[in-house]
Design a binder for this molecule. Structure first.
Ligand code: G4P
Length: 529
């Protein structure tokens, strides 16, 4: 197979949802279709169960699972599919945001009874900002849920999407008869496991054909005809270009648990979803079909064995091929590195491979060289864009609780921040360190890991901060207004790990005050100015 064909057949995507909508179940069914696993229950959920906050063994166990399920790859109909796992737990949302920089498209799972939930809103917003192509899968049709049209309305309104259904349910819950597949023009009758019983698919392109009554009954036939008429009237026809540009989102209905509607989703997905897309770097747009290698680190996972403090850096290959033992340029360090055992992922296993292609993910063992966002190339100086930090939700001072171990503490904090566990801010006026996290759970993870992996002890102190705002420094740093702002807010001015200036605002009100009093000071809510 030629280099270009290898790239064309790759589909690298993420599944996003609010916890419990069915992401794990859907992932598992997709893997079953790919023949990558043999039985249901093989994919472990990497959910952090409620109440796990104080259970460190549970956190460690979860970390283990999330390494195993970070990338799930399988082949389906001549396509190589890479599913990038995204943690559903909101305390790890930052991790998910970063993973979204490495996907070429996403599938959004929505629970038919619950509709659009909070986590889905946040994640879809990030995808929308980046024009990532999205397919929506409305799940759990075997249960009583909301009216399909109401749900489509809600998806449009709350998520800001423009949808077009490519399948439509016939009944729901107790009365669920199946789905009409608008994309393939057929009817799929509901059964517990459609994978085994593929004969349940009946080609049916003329919906006015009276045979419909014999297949699904009179009442359902009338309702389906009415519904489809409305669908054709209200929603635009599917347009692949619009989908690829992130302007139109096709919707499928089904039940992941019953493996129903999943094959339809997958078959359409492999046809319409993009192969690896070009990625913008600060220097230029990099196309996947370029023969020289480039890639970036989007995730770092610490080793769970504290005696071997090496980590696994996940690299998305943007262009060319990644080869074992070939020297590559680590752009930030301006240093060539060779990797003797790059890991590729297959189903829930990882194995050493000689060559991987654009679109693939490789896992590289690292002893502290990498941080999230680092670029690797064959020699060109490139910096890939699109891995901003968002403002944390929680802020605490971190103190050294064992003065004899301050070096260890510093190193530990440094490495954990590189992994993206949390964000570090250093206050300008007194040099105190502040840790910002998305969820309270991270503080316990950090404390535990500092002690067990670095032999350092820390304690926290509350710091009531509302939001971190990145400050665009004016060209003329002597600017009177800017200097006045720095002076008045000096107790709240800090630097992030990259040395960018940050204003730690203690309330929404104080952000408003700054905007009014210092109109020339530009505040940003992500680190990407
Ligand atoms: P998540 O990864 O998005 O958090 O969700 P997950 O797949 O773990 O699914 C959450 C719950 O919803 C699970 O039940 C799962 O069995 C159920 N579920 C998923 N898809 C469907 C569906 O199509 N129909 C129905 N009726 N249920 C579905 P649980 O009881 O929380 O977990 P488990 O004990 O079954 O693992």
């Amino acid at each position: 197979m030629s280099f270009l064909e290898e790239i064309q057949k790759r589909r690298t995507f993420g599944i996003i949802s609010h916890p419990d909508a069915g992401k794990t179940t859907l992932t598992e069914k997709l893997l079953l279709f790919g023949g990558a696993i043999q039985e249901a229950g093989a994919v472990k959920s990497n959910k952090i169960k409620k109440g796990a906050t104080s259970d460190f063994m549970e956190i460690e166990r979860q970390r283990g699972i999330s390494v195993a399920t970070s990338v799930l790859a399988f082949n389906y109909k001549d396509n190589k599919i890479n599913i990038l796992d995204t943690p559903g737990h909101k305390d790890f949302a930052e991790d998910t945001f970063r993973t979204l920089t490495a996907v070429d498209s996403v599938i959004v799972v929505i629970d038919v009874a619950k509709g659009v939930e909070e986590q889905t809103e946040k994640l879809v917003e990030v995808c929308r900002m980046r024009n990532i192509p999205m397919i929506v899968f409305i799940n759990k049709l075997d249960r009583e849920g909301r009216d399909a049209f109401d749900l489509l309305d809600e998806v449009e309104q709350k998520l800001g999407l423009k949808v077009t259904p490519l399948s439509f349910p016939i009944g729901m819950g107790y009365d669920f008869k199946g789905i009409y597949n608008i994309w393939e023009k057929n009817i799929q009758l509901f059964s517990d496991d459609s994978r085994k019983d593929i004969d349940n698919t009946i080609a049916f392109d003329d919906i006015s054909n009276p045979e419909l009554e014999t297949i699904i009954g009179e009442e359902s036939a009338t309702t389906l005809r009415d519904n489809l008429e409305l669908v054709y009237e209200v929603y635009p026809e599917f347009d692949q270009e619009a989908y690829l540009e992130g302007q139109l989102q096709p919707v499928f209905f089904g039940s992941a648990l019953n493996n129903f509607g999943v094959r339809e989703l997958l078959d359409c997905f492999v046809q319409i979803a993009p192969s690896p897309r070009a990625k913008a770097s600060e220097e230029r747009l990099v196309s996947p079909s370029e023969t020289t290698f480039s890639g970036f680190v989007f995730k770092i996972h610490a080793n769970m064995d504290p005696n071997h403090r090496n980590r696994l850096a996940f690299v998305k290959i943007v262009s060319g091929t990644f080869e074992r033992n070939k020297p590559y340029l680590h752009v930030r360090h301006n240093k060539k590195l060779k990797f003797s055992s790059p890991n590729a992922f297959f189903a829930e296993k990882k194995e050493v491979v000689d060559i991987s292609y654009a679109g693939d993910i490789v896992g590289l063992y690292d002893t502290g060289n990498f941080k999230i966002g680092d670029t690797l190339t064959e020699g060109e100086v490139l910096h890939f864009k699109g891995i901003p930090s968002f403002s944390p939700e929680h802020f605490r001072y971190i103190n050294n609780a064992d003065p004899l171990k301050s070096k260890q503490l510093e190193k530990g904090i440094d490495q954990l921040m590189d992994e993206g566990v949390a964000q570090l801010f250093t206050l300008d006026y007194n040099g105190r360190k502040v840790i910002g996290t998305v969820g309270a759970l991270q503080y316990e993870v950090i404390q535990y890991r500092l002690e067990h992996e670095y032999g350092a002890k820390c304690s926290y102190e509350t710091f009531p901060i509302y939001k971190a705002c990145w400050v665009e420094e004016p060209e003329n740093s002597k600017d009177a207004e800017f200097q006045d702002f720095l002076r008045v807010k000096q107790k709240y001015m800090a630097r992030d790990k990259q040395g960018q200036l940050v204003f730690l605002a203690d309330s929404a009100f104080s952000i408003e005050m700054v905007k009014q009093k210092y109109p020339s000071v530009k505040l940003h809510f992500t680190s990407e100015l």
